[in-house]
Design a protein around this ligand. Structure first.
Ligand SMILES: Cc1cc2nc3c(=O)[nH]c(=O)nc-3n(C[C@H](O)[C@H](O)[C@H](O)COP(=O)(O)OP(=O)(O)OC[C@H]3O[C@@H](n4cnc5c(N)ncnc54)[C@H](O)[C@@H]3O)c2cc1C
Ligand SMILES: *[C@@H]1O[C@H](CO)[C@@H](O)[C@H](O)[C@H]1NC(C)=O
Ligand SMILES: *[C@@H]1O[C@H](CO)[C@@H](O)[C@H](O)[C@H]1NC(C)=O
Ligand SMILES: *[C@@H]1O[C@H](CO)[C@@H](O)[C@H](O)[C@H]1NC(C)=O
Ligand SMILES: *[C@@H]1O[C@H](CO)[C@@H](O)[C@H](O)[C@H]1NC(C)=O
Ligand SMILES: *[C@@H]1O[C@H](CO)[C@@H](O)[C@H](O)[C@H]1NC(C)=O
Ligand SMILES: *[C@@H]1O[C@H](CO)[C@@H](O)[C@H](O)[C@H]1NC(C)=O
Ligand SMILES: *[C@@H]1O[C@H](CO)[C@@H](O)[C@H](O)[C@H]1NC(C)=O
Ligand SMILES: *[C@@H]1O[C@H](CO)[C@@H](O)[C@H](O)[C@H]1NC(C)=O
Ligand SMILES: *[C@@H]1O[C@H](CO)[C@@H](O)[C@H](O)[C@H]1NC(C)=O
Length: 625
């Protein structure tokens, strides 16, 4: 451990400084203070090492002078003994260099042809990724350094944007140890839950990762009262690893429904809820973040605290919409539980093949006229418009039109005006309208299982407000811009819904969600084998072209931080609107040393991942700009 810091102070001085700071720090909260825990677990281990695990901030002030986070090969990279100690303090839950799944496909000690075939067959299912400590559902953001050759030939399996060490956490103290260790050593910290994030914010080259997947408790609270939030009613307290399919089932069993995403395996209590989160129930109840009654959180200085309407209120405000991996690591979230309700859902599709382009687009244009009344009626429509460059055919796919709390007749009546116009245009579609007794059954039958993202595509998004739909001219303008994107070969995914919180909670949710009636995504694709320069150029042209057109017709609106492009310009405004200045202030106060970072998160302007060819991915050191 005879290392020297950049400014020449010996490491033992650093540790002494931390120990001193810790003795005056607020006691931490997990049934005993951490230094006693270190003492009992680490009999005979040098007191210098203990400093790496203590709460406090003075050590970071020194590390704060380094240009980059600390990486293997740096003088300050923790010793093997330090990592072993972290392993002990986390109940032997530290995974060292977990292998990328596709390492069995490449030459090396792990090569295994049969296993390679196995993982290739299940590769694009989200189930194979969220059970893995490192795999991300955004291979583009990982850097594509170890994919199954059938999907993409990486030529060699390297770690790329994957972390080096992973704490498979099941208790707050495992998280505290990880946060303290990262802060006190300067090693980059990442948090992975399911790995769904479109931008790859669950990864980071050679980082220490806290994997939250196994926080799986679900507790039903019959009556939760919070006068400040104006809530009195049932609630669920869930571990942050709980996923959509788990909480929906648990809620259904209690005759309840909880606001969460449409995707079956999205982590509802991790990145989703902290980033806002839209839901098939959003037109009734607002965003996911609007449902939060309390968090349990490990803060940047290593304390385990409650954040609610009366305690740590700044943290509570910021974590409801401010984005994951920024203000703390949540370990549990308490949310409102709503009554379960009968739900009607409908799926149908049509293409331009038989009717031709103009008629197809007249059908889409007709639909735009109903976005306001449909969302006002509390429905949620998830639809795609997909071009096929080989055949020149466009497809529209409603999957589904989702009407919570509506009878079959009410739903038919809502859809009828548009469907009649499709009939008049001789567009053939075959709507399957089905009524379900519960939200849970409707959800299970209506949504596709999500897949891992493509290796040569990225999505950008825009929240179109009501003003884009209020007049004939505005609807025509919006329609023409969507059509232009299709003609430019963009795959489009849309959500016609509202995300207004009936309780009007004051939180960090992007102000652009509130006037929104259409949440729209479009994707850019590029040749897989192109150069980094070519890929970057196409991605930049997408931002200055099709995405800029969408921004130009919706001035002041925003984009959704969890379903967006890493190249979204002016992301602070786009992801948080007028809340961004306050979020920056809170970031400076709650995490002064940037222990937490994710690309495009609040305050992330100060840092940049230095990736090969400047590609927007996690395959590089994280350094100050
Ligand atoms: C197929 C698919 C369907 C989707 N459907 C929807 C949808 O219907 N509605 C919607 O709003 N979004 C949807 N999303 C987007 C989804 O909300 C985001 O991908 C979200 O980031 C997922 O959160 P996660 O925790 O599961 O993922 P991760 O990628 O593991 O984490 C996302 C971010 O949150 C951070 N984070 C995770 N857990 C914690 C924690 N406990 N404390 C602090 N930070 C944490 C991570 O570090 C990362 O920065 C979908 C995504 C996909 C791929
Ligand atoms: C997923 O992979 C399987 C097997 O490789 C393939 O048949 C299927 O088309 C893929 N699905 C998607 C959506 O990429
Ligand atoms: C594969 O990557 C490893 C680690 O970076 C490197 O040592 C090795 O030389 C590479 N092999 C080939 C064939 O490129
Ligand atoms: C992570 O911890 C869980 C819960 O203890 C365990 O079931 C799982 O096997 C662990 N995963 C790995 C990769 O160690
Ligand atoms: C907030 O959390 C604190 C600490 O657990 C608790 O004492 C307080 O009652 C909570 N406030 C509300 C409104 O639940
Ligand atoms: C429809 O438009 C697409 C894209 O603009 C074009 O490729 C195709 O040829 C058109 N189809 C017809 C029948 O005109
Ligand atoms: C659902 O419908 C019932 C009966 O029509 C009504 O009382 C209730 O308010 C509705 N719930 C919501 C959230 O709209
Ligand atoms: C209609 O949808 C329901 C629910 O998804 C499904 O069970 C049923 O088989 C579908 N009917 C037809 C004719 O496709
Ligand atoms: C993207 O990659 C797929 C193969 O995975 C390929 O079929 C497709 O043509 C590529 N798209 C572009 C625009 O090159
Ligand atoms: C990429 O692959 C395509 C089809 O295989 C080929 O035509 C093209 O020349 C390749 N481009 C490069 C830069 O290798």
């Amino acid at each position: 451990m005879a290392r020297r810091s950049r400014n020449g102070l010996s490491t033992s001085f650093w540790f002494a400084a931390t120990l001193a700071a810790a003795s005056t720090a607020t006691p931490i909260l997990f049934g005993g203070d951490i230094s006693r825990l270190v003492d009992s677990t680490l009999k005979g281990v040098s007191s210098n090492l203990k400093g790496l695990f203590l709460p406090g901030t003075s050590l970071s002030a020194l590390i704060g002078e380094q240009r980059c986070k600390v990486y293997p090969g740096d003088a300050n990279w923790p010793s093997d003994l330090a990592w072993e100690t972290l392993n002990k303090l986390t109940d032997n839950r530290l995974l060292t260099k977990p292998a990328p799944q596709a390492s069995v496909c490449y030459n090396g000690p792990l090569y295994d042809g049969a296993k390679c075939e196995e993982i290739t067959a299940t590769w694009n299912r989200s189930y194979s990724h969220f059970v893995d400590p490192i795999e991300m559902m955004s291979p583009v953001a990982q850097g594509m350094t170890c994919l199954p050759p059938f999907v993409f030939d990486s030529h060699n399996c390297t770690r790329g944007g994957f972390p080096m060490y992973v704490i498979n956490a099941t208790e707050p103290k495992h998280v505290q140890m990880g946060v303290n260790f990262a802060r006190n050593t300067g090693v980059r910290l990442v948090i992975k839950n399911t790995g769904h994030d479109f931008l790859g914010k669950s990864g980071g080259k050679d980082a220490l990762s806290i994997w939250t997947h196994h926080f799986k408790n679900i507790e039903y609270i019959e009556e939760f009262k919070d006068e400040k939030l104006g809530y009195s009613g049932p609630a669920f307290k869930a571990g942050v690893g709980v996923q959509a399919f788990e909480i929906y089932k648990a809620a259904h069993e209690k005759g309840r429904a909880v606001v969460g995403g449409e995707g079956e395996t999205v982590g509802i209590f991790g990145g989703y809820i902290q980033g806002g989160g839209h839901s098939p129930l959003s037109s009734l109840y607002g965003t996911g973040a609007d449902q939060v009654l309390a968090f349990e959180v490990v803060t940047a200085d290593g304390k385990f605290v409650v954040a609610n309407s009366t305690t740590n209120t700044g943290l509570f405000w910021a974590m409801r919409g401010g984005g994951g991996s920024t203000f703390g690591v949540a370990t549990s979230v308490t949310v409102k539980a709503h009554p379960d309700m009968p739900t009607t859902a409908s799926r149908f599709s049509f293409t331009s093949e038989k009717v031709g382009n103009e008629t197809f687009w007249a059908g889409i244009r007709a639909y735009v006229d109903y976005f306001i009344p449909n969302a006002d009626a509390g429905t949620y429509a998830y639809f795609t418009i997909i071009p096929n460059i080989w055949t020149g055919i466009f497809s529209f796919n409603m999957s589904p039109f989702f009407a919570p709390n509506k009878t079959l007749e009410e739903t038919q009546a809502l859809l009828q005006p548009w469907l009649t116009r499709l009939d008049d245009l001789s567009i053939k579609f075959d709507p399957n309208i089905t009524h379900f007794d519960s939200y849970y059954e409707a959800w299970r039958s209506s949504f596709p299982l999500e897949t891992v993202q493509k290796i040569n595509a990225t999505t950008g998004s825009r929240m179109f407000p009501r003003t884009n739909l209020e007049t004939e001219e505005k609807r025509e303008e919006l329609y023409r811009n969507l059509r232009q994107s299709s003609e430019n070969n963009r795959v489009q995914v849309h959500f016609n819904m509202k995300t207004v919180d009936p309780a009007n909670a004051d939180n960090a949710v992007n102000s652009a969600w509130r006037p929104m009636y259409l949440f729209s995504q479009q994707a850019v694709r590029w040749p897989v084998n192109g150069t980094a320069e070519d890929t970057l150029k196409r991605r930049q042209e997408f931002q200055t072209g099709d995405m800029q057109r969408w921004r130009d017709i919706s001035p002041g609106a925003g984009s959704y931080l969890a379903e967006a492009d890493r190249l979204e310009p002016n992301f602070g405004q786009a992801f948080w609107g007028d809340k961004y200045p306050q979020l920056l202030e809170l970031k400076a106060k709650l995490d002064p040393y940037d222990v937490f970072f994710a690309t495009t998160s609040v305050g992330s302007e100060r840092w940049k991942v230095e990736s090969p060819g400047g590609l927007p991915n996690e395959n590089g050191k994280l350094c100050r700009v």
